[in-house]
Structures are given as C-alpha cells and as structure tokens.
Design a protein around this ligand. Structure first.
Ligand code: F6P
Length: 344
C-alpha cells in the first residue's frame, strides 16, 4: 500500500510522534509512506516527499511537525477546484489511503473527501481537546502541563506583590485547558466559553479571598470565555482564517482592567499564547500519538475510510468522522462544578 500523511491546522506537541508511528507501522507491514507539506496546501500543490524510518528518526520527542502545517481550506471559495486537485494528487501518487492529522477543520475536510470516495482516516489533534468521540486529543495533556507550570510560577510573584494574576489560555469554543490547568494550578476563578461569566461575581470571589486573608489570586480565562450579556465588552484580535474563525485574544487584558477597576486590587494579565503549543510533548502525548498512528495505518489496511482513530477509556477505537465532528466536545458541567468548589 501507499499511504499519504499530512498535518493540518494549528500545530501541537505530539504530531511528530504520530508521523513516526505511522511510518514505522507502515514499513513493518511492507507499505510505503508519502508526507505532504503544510496541511491541505501540500495536497493541492502536490508537495510530497517519501518518508522512511531514517527520515523520521529522532523526532519522537520533538515539538511541531516535520511536515509543516497550514490552515488552508481546499473547499474555501477562493480555491479553484480543490476536490479535483486533491483527487489528482491521490492519483499521481497512487495513494491507497491518506491519514490526516488535525482538529475540527482538517478533519472536516477529511470527511468531505471520504464522502467523495477518497480513502481518508483521521487522527485527532488539538491542544483544545474539543473533538467528540475521543477522550483526549494529541497535544492537550502537554498544553495543560505547560499552563499548570505557568500558574505555579505566577503564584509566587502574585503572592509577593499581593496582586491578582489573570492567565489567558487557548480554547476557542471549549475551556478544557483552562479547566484542567486551573484545577491543577489551584485557580481562584476559571472562565470558560461554556459558562458565560458575570464579572461582578468574579470580583466577589476575589474580595472573599482577601477577606479570608489571602492577598493574591489567580484567575484563569480561556480566550473564548464570554461575559454574560451587558456588563463587559471584549475586543477580538481581528481577522479570520480560511475556515472563517475569528482570531481571538484580548479577554485577559479586558479582565485585567475590569477587575482592577471594580476591586481596586492591583491586577496583571499574562497571555500564554503559542507557548502552549510549543516544545516537547509529554510522555502521555507521545504514547497517545504512537497508539493513534499505529491504529490509523491498521484502519487504512482494513479498508476503512471516513473514520477517526480515538481514545475511549483505555482502548483505541475507530469511530465515524461524522459523529466525531457533529458537535464540539465541551467541558462537562460536573467537572466545572468540581473546579468551582475552589473559587474565591
Ligand atoms: O489549534 C487550536 C488553537 O490553538 C486555538 O486554541 C487558538 O485559538 C488557535 O489555534 C490559534 O491559532 P493560530 O496559531 O492560527 O493563531
């Protein structure tokens, strides 16, 4: 068999571990692997190179993706005959299957291709962890560890200066990073897109804490956190990508001003940004990526298409891409309720 591989959308730690696993599994089976550069752009423009055990040696622990990535959408209006060009690339390389490693956008394209009878299997990756049908996506656990460490560090400086520290983390539609890292870091308030927040009640938590004799606080906010209508205006970072997503960024600064103004407590915002997506993957992500990579090759070999390999409990399973993408996986209200026990 000849198997294509691409990584699309935002990068994350663990992509290289998945690429390495796909190549190793394929070679062991006697198959060939071809890497496409920069996500769907590489399929549109036929930018391909053969991958081997040698060319993927030493990448298990390396962040980013050796294939490069992009947010190119082959079905965007400005792209001429995206489907036809991808079909031509499949034919030019005599591909028996393509493994697309990505989040909702990349996997959404994979689903459309599968519906057009091209054999595609997806691997879920995104630090946001917002893909349904899988317990975790590649990159999430590493991002949580990075944010938890940052919160630990912010604690000591917050305490010295008697400040409120606002930590803005990634998470457009889902507050998984904020919730997990906030619990791990002992946050005094966690703001996520799923639970529109009231700035007055956030400030109440901070005042209560001062009254209890704690002179500093940590507020963790997902970039997509939404204030309840009416009492706070959040600015957007501006611009949209080719999948139509608005560039976020700004809630941290908005909160810094709003909290200081309402409480009189000195407040500082830290926007962790792409630090959360960089560097070496955690051991968990290396294992997850390895298992998903091996399973994706096996799914192609079994003739499957329009599916995603997923972690469910402790098992790796093959699930329908359509189901996985039917709705984003949002933070479980029970988990958030556990985090709330520690607010204020
Ligand atoms: O890949 C998901 C994500 O990390 C989001 O959490 C974030 O909003 C977005 O990517 C940032 O995208 P970019 O790297 O294009 O600025």
């Amino acid at each position: 068999m000849r198997i294509g591989i691409l990584t699309g959308g935002g990068d994350c730690p663990g992509l290289n571990a998945a690429i390495r696993a796909i190549v190793r599994r394929a070679v062991v089976r006697g198959d060939q692997t071809i890497g496409f550069a920069n996500g769907w752009a590489g399929m549109l423009e036929d930018q391909a190179r053969p991958l081997s055990i040698e060319s993927t040696a030493g990448i298990l622990a390396r962040g980013g993706t050796i294939l490069g990535t992009s947010r190119t959408n082959p079905f965007a209006q400005e792209v001429e005959d995206g489907l036809g060009r991808i079909r031509a690339t499949f034919a030019a390389h005599a591909l028996d299957g393509l493994i697309a490693i990505g989040g909702e956008d990349t996997l959404g394209v994979a689903l459309k291709l599968a519906e057009a009878e091209l054999p595609v299997v997806g691997i879920p990756k995104t630090i946001d962890n917002d893909i349904s049908e899988t317990d975790y996506t590649i990159g999430f656990q590493t991002a949580v560890a990075i944010v938890a460490e940052a919160i630990d560090r912010l604690h000591s400086t917050a305490e010295s200066h008697h400040r409120v520290m606002v930590v803005e983390v990634m998470g457009r539609h889902a507050g998984w990073i904020a919730t997990h890292a906030g619990i791990a870091g002992g946050a005094d308030a966690i703001l996520i897109p799923e639970q529109p927040f009231d700035i007055e009640s956030v400030c109440r938590h901070l005042r209560t804490r001062r009254e209890r004799g704690r002179s500093f606080s940590i507020v963790v906010a997902a970039e997509g956190a939404i204030p309840r209508a009416g009492n706070l205006q959040v600015r957007s970072g501006g611009g949209r990508d080719s999948f139509g997503h608005v560039r976020l960024g700004g809630i941290g600064i908005t909160l810094e001003e709003a909290i200081e103004q309402r409480t009189g407590f000195e407040t500082r915002a830290t926007i962790l940004g792409h630090v959360q997506r960089g560097g070496t993957p955690s051991a968990f992500d290396r294992v997850l990526a390895t298992r998903l990579g091996v399973a994706a090759v096996d799914a192609i070999a079994a003739g499957e298409s329009g599916v995603m390999v997923a972690l469910q409990g402790t098992a790796i399973r093959t699930v329908s891409l359509q189901r996985a993408l039917s709705a984003p996986k949002l933070v479980d209200p029970d988990l958030y309720a556990t985090a709330e026990v520690f607010f204020g």
